[in-house]
Design a protein around this ligand. Structure first.
Ligand code: R7I
Ligand code: MG
Ligand code: MG
Length: 343
């Protein structure tokens, strides 16, 4: 599809859901052999699979709240979004939420709460969470706002409702920007994609708060820029091993830096018949660790790049929430183009 086509919107939103549902199988596993990944994916194809459905987790539950809030309010409204997070959590608390964020979600449902950002600030002794819960639900911001500055601002505030540490909300911005560029076909060369992201993150991480958090957490001065530079270095080398990619990308405290991982899918032996999107999901699962979240985020980027035609029908049939995502993608596509006309 062309720039910001409906196919790219559907690809992004639906593949995010698929990544979450399919990736849940391996969440927390230290090592995931590619044979296990392929077996799991093959099981989704089989006609004998039965009526079982793979449920989505907190990643999708919260992304759905973001989508509904952006659509209903035709833009970002922190009160509305906070209310939706709280309501969703109390309706379905068993979706596998992070252990810390549950406290925030409980406080957000208190009707006397005056500042919706305060519960997030109180996390982890007042430093705020650096978990990837902000990044896992960031894609819809890129699908609602055509303007890059709007994407950055709304994503940051949306993440800060639960994650007030700069590593948490800047990771969300990185994810949203990756979807933003993919939507416009800017992934045409991987080098250009990474270079664009580095240029953006140089600016995003150039704040007092970010420097402060990085120092306290003993991270590089600009943690996301540093990770992206390492990814760029890996890309420029002719040979890269699976172990190197995993140690650079998958096992750091900033899972949000993982999004660049779809550029490395060639290091794994994957079936010849797999298209780019299938390779990205398979590869995300093989990294192990936070597989539902990695696959959800990488899926959204890959889906925005390859479009909905690249999504296997068999996968869509066995995952919860796909029809809703498909319908919401159409609505977001309309909102996005409505906003780009009004300037
Ligand atoms: O970030 P969050 O919403 O969790 C998202 C993850 C995804 O993988 C989902 O699929 C789901 O499985 O959970 O939830 P938080 O509780 O804010 O952060 C997640 C975890 O990161 C926390 O439980 C901590 O273990 C860790 N963490 C921190 N640890 C110490 N100090 C986050 N921030 C800190 C910190 O400042
Ligand atoms: Mg999850
Ligand atoms: Mg997860």
């Amino acid at each position: 599809g062309g720039q910001a086509s409906l196919s790219r919107f559907r690809g992004a939103l639906v593949s995010g859901v698929l990544g979450d549902c399919i990736g849940g199988e391996f969440e927390g596993a230290e090592e995931v052999p590619m044979e296990s990944v392929l077996e799991h994916l093959y099981g989704l194809d089989e006609e004998t699979r039965g009526d079982g459905i793979l449920e989505y987790s907190d990643d999708t539950a919260m992304a759905r709240c973001v989508v509904q809030s952006l659509l209903t309010r035709t833009g970002f409204d922190e009160q509305d979004m906070a209310r939706r997070f709280a309501k969703e959590y109390s309706a379905s608390p068993g979706r596998g939420y992070g252990s810390g964020v549950i406290q925030v979600l409980k406080k957000l449902s208190c009707p006397r709460l005056s500042d919706v950002f305060q519960p997030a600030r109180d996390q982890f002794n007042g430093r705020g969470s650096f978990g990837n819960g902000g990044a896992m639900r960031a894609a819809p911001f890129a699908l609602a706002f055509p303007d890059k500055a709007d994407v950055k601002r709304s994503t940051r505030l949306g993440a800060m409702l639960t994650h007030s540490c700069s590593l948490g909300y800047n990771g969300a911005i990185l994810q949203a920007l990756a979807v933003h560029f993919s939507l416009q076909g800017a992934l045409e060369t991987p080098q250009k994609f990474i270079t664009n992201l580095i240029a953006e993150m140089e600016e995003v991480e150039d704040t007092e708060a970010a420097r402060n958090d990085a120092r306290i957490l003993k991270e590089a001065d600009k943690p996301f820029c540093e990770r992206l530079h390492r990814v760029k270095e890996l890309m420029e080398r002719s040979k890269v091993s699976i172990e190197e990619v995993i140690s650079e990308l998958a096992t750091n405290i900033i899972p949000a830096a993982n999004r660049a991982l779809l550029l490395f899918s060639h290091v794994f032996c994957l079936p010849q018949t797999y298209n780019g999107l299938e390779r990205t999901i398979a590869y995300s699962l093989a990294l192990g660790g936070d597989t539902d979240t990695i696959a959800c985020m990488a899926g959204a980027i890959a889906g925005a790049h390859y479009g909905s035609e690249s999504i296997p029908q068999t996968w869509m049939r066995c995952c919860e929430g796909v029809e809703d995502a498909d319908r919401d993608a159409e609505r977001l596509h309309a909102l996005y183009h409505q906003m780009s006309q009004s300037g």
